[in-house]
Design a protein around this ligand. Structure first.
Ligand code: ZN
Ligand code: ZN
Ligand code: FE
Length: 745
């Protein structure tokens, strides 16, 4: 007989891990106990040595689906003989390395009960178990116990308590466990926030049917919802939210999704995954979803219901609903009940409940690329689960992220903890959200930040925040961070070539970068090519009014005389003057801007009402052709001037715009390949990194990905974080780590 102390780290709390261990111990006839502690779970196991081995194997190979084991350590000890196996109460310890689970979509077992007339939780909108339900968004402290969640104010009834205490129940220590008798309840409010006494299900369905705009409380915040087939309602939401053309997300059951979108096996798998993200899907030509939902694109973002409340609603209607984060323009999603009146100009009614959301988490957005996940926004369902990186940092390093699509990242040991999606900096709401999320991560993981990294941009709010907090820090160039981020999440320490095609990033020469080619690794990156610098008339203003950049492209390419033909209806003369006199016209090497300008030249889109709109529209009109435009490379600068000349030539000859767009995409793909072929003669690398917002363009990504493989190199793309600026903070921590090592800290 042997006794072992076993310590298991990872996501092992709130995911049914202890009852699983309990059952294993019984199966192998072993005695001892298990308890949660701040480092994970602690197991004392006693019995036949061979059976203990079997027991450990089973822990590793057969654990509950939502558990994630990071390490199992064991030690033989002397211990008195024990009579049984037990689960004992948690204790709080100093060292914290347990991880709180992300929020998980309602599981099939709970769904069966939810719609079972004989179940005591029939249509109870807060049904959950250890395999599903809210976690991160309701937890304010560790260890993960009911007392440290917003469920602490609900005292369980006897029946719930029995489930909670029974190791063989699916609800054993399911912290949000509740029922009609003892748990939270749903209620409907009118526009004046007066409670309406009614059957909330009946009334909600009625209101949706009538085309009313509802604000509905979800897991990580409130959403604005309406009948997605009702184009007037959709238009009204757009108007009230003052939201340009940015697409809205939708929720429906799988049949509704199939009626409106093409769905492959991979996309269906993502939709049905426990993370239940929004999946970007190709819209069917015969879709009933009105154009207003996602103007100018042929894609729709759909998610399946992921809370019992959503399931109840969707089950009772025969149309999908629009479901978009409740917020004012680019602010963080609204999640605090006390503040719902801030959005009273948007909703007609509020469907809410009294289970508090402690911290927000927005819906995640993903795309399927080559059968695997290609993230667009990583938040609910994924955060706060950390992931492993190929470096080990003794210091705890914070990457503050970018000011657009902000999320921070904390590197500790060989794990990266990325925050939930925070949003675009530039208003007090998101700034406060940053502080709150940072405090939250520090608390739930007991972290003390030793060192920070922020963007080089002198006007970035994230930079100010770090200065205010007063942590020692360095500033790092945006596109180096893109490059290193992609290397880290793909576990690459070798040298690689990196194509960073992006919107905007402040450069080391004070110009605006965004079409950069790097060579190197996480320690050193050499900028080996960049797009020819071009004036961006009005800076930020020229990004929004992208027609200005169309003028700049013409001017730079020697077609000043053509400007009037293209921009007769615009104040083009002022723009020309700005360019000539170098007035408020910073130079940029951005590929994102090149897309903007070309989109305007083709009369596809002259104003970005949301980030990337002009480029997205340009991509969407593309019609397949083998032809391409050719970029020139001279002295490590990439020249696009001939491309513009050839586009003008094609326009004059009446070439269809769809082909021009495709030739432009082909040209960029050829450019990447051409540079690889030049560099492979001189250098030794096998990895080709593709990062930056431009690679959200799936046409370009598709065109280049296979061609890199054909020449026996490995394309490296983002698979854990988005290729857009949400990935910046991870790259910053990597460069911070390299800096500390170089300087022997
Ligand atoms: Zn469940
Ligand atoms: Zn109960
Ligand atoms: Fe970027």
């Amino acid at each position: 007989m042997k006794t072992y102390e076993i310590s298991v780290k990872g996501i092992v709390q709130g995911v049914g891990f202890r009852p699983f261990v309990f059952r294993c111990a019984k199966k192998y006839n072993l005695n001892g106990f298990i308890k949660n502690d701040s480092s994970g779970v602690f197991i004392l196991i006693q019995g036949d040595e061979k059976k203990i081995e079997d027991f450990l194997n089973e822990l590793n190979s057969n654990h509950p689906p939502r558990a994630k084991i990071i390490s199992i350590e064991r030690k033989i000890i002397d211990y008195e003989e024990m009579k049984d196996f037990r689960i004992i109460e948690s204790e709080k310890k100093e060292i914290v390395s347990t991880y709180i689970s992300p929020d998980i979509a309602t599981c099939d077992d709970c769904l069966k009960e939810l719609f079972d007339k004989n179940d005591r939780r029939y249509l109870y909108p807060f049904i959950n178990c250890t395999n599903c339900g809210p976690r991160f968004t309701i937890t304010f402290g560790i260890p993960y116990d009911r007392i440290n969640t917003t469920m602490s104010i609900f005292k369980m009834c006897d029946e719930c308590e029995d489930e909670y205490e029974d190791p063989l129940s699916r609800r054993f220590h399911a912290q949000p466990n509740a029922c009609y008798k003892c748990g939270p309840e749903v209620f409907l409010l009118d526009k004046n926030l007066e409670r309406i006494s009614c059957d909330w299900i009946e009334r909600t369905i009625e209101l949706l049917n009538k085309g009313k705009i509802l604000m509905i409380k979800g897991i990580g915040g409130y959403h604005i919802a309406c009948d997605a087939y009702n184009s007037d309602a959709v238009k009204e939401v757009r108007k009230r939210k003052r939201r340009g053309n940015k697409p809205f997300a939708l929720m429906g059951n799988i049949e509704m999704i199939k009626e409106n979108c093409y769905l492959n096996e991979c996309e269906e798998r993502f939709l049905k995954s426990p993370q239940a993200p929004i999946v970007l899907l190709k819209k069917r030509e015969d879709s009933k979803i009105p154009e207003e939902v996602a103007p100018g694109t042929d894609e729709l973002g759909f998610m399946l219901p992921y809370t019992p409340l959503h399931h109840i609603i969707i089950k009772n209607i025969n149309f999908p609903i629009l479901l978009t984060s409740a917020n004012i323009s680019e602010e963080t999603i609204l999640y605090e009940d006390e503040r719902i009146d801030r959005l009273k100009d948007i909703f007609d009614y509020v469907l809410t409940h009294n289970r508090k959301i402690f911290i927000w988490n927005e819906d995640s957005v993903v795309r399927c690329f080559k059968g695997e996940i290609y993230p667009i926004r990583i938040s609910r369902g994924f955060v706060p689960e950390p992931f492993k990186v190929p470096i080990f940092s003794d210091k705890t390093i914070l990457g503050a992220g970018s000011d657009l699509k902000n999320a921070f990242c904390i590197l500790k040991g060989d794990y990266a903890f990325t925050s939930q999606y925070i949003g675009d900096m530039g208003n007090i709401e998101t700034e406060n959200a940053f502080y709150k999320a940072l405090e939250h991560f520090k608390r739930i993981y007991s972290l003390n930040i030793d060192f920070a990294v922020c963007d080089l941009h002198p006007e970035y709010i994230t930079g100010n925040i770090i200065s205010k907090i007063g942590i020692p820090h360095i500033k790092v160039q945006h596109h180096r961070a893109h490059f290193v981020s992609c290397l880290l999440e793909n576990n690459i320490l070798d040298d690689a070539i990196g194509f960073i095609f992006d919107g905007t990033g402040y450069g080391e020469d004070n110009n605006i970068w965004g079409g950069e080619v790097f060579y190197g690794n996480i320690f050193n990156q050499e900028r080996i090519y960049h797009l020819n610098y071009t004036p961006l008339p009005g800076g930020e203003e020229g990004i929004y009014n992208n027609w200005r950049y169309g003028i700049s492209l013409l001017y730079q390419s020697g077609f000043e005389k053509e400007v009037e033909n293209f921009y007769r209806d615009y104040e083009y003369e002022i723009i020309i003057q700005m360019i000539k006199k170098k007035l408020n016209s910073p130079l940029t090497s951005s590929i994102g801007r090149l897309f903007d300008g070309v989109s305007s030249l083709l009369n596809v889109c002259h104003r970005n009402t949301y980030e990337g709109e002009a480029a997205i529209r340009l991509e969407k009109i593309a019609k397949r052709t083998e032809d391409h435009y050719e970029f020139l490379i001279k002295d490590n600068v990439i020249f696009y001037e001939d491309v513009i000349g050839n586009i003008l030539f094609d326009l004059k000859n009446g070439t269809e715009k769809g082909y021009i767009s495709f030739k432009f995409h082909n040209g960029l793909s050829d450019l990447i390949l051409k540079i690889i072929k030049i560099e492979i003669e001189k250098k030794n690398f096998s990895y080709v990194v593709l990062s930056g917002g431009v690679f959200q363009n799936s046409l370009l990504l598709n065109l280049i990905y296979d061609r890199i493989k054909e020449i026996k190199l490995n394309p490296v793309i983002h698979r854990k974080l988005p290729t857009n600026d949400q990935c910046i903070s991870l790259g910053q921590t990597g460069i911070g780590y390299a800096f500390l090592r170089k300087n022997h800290f």
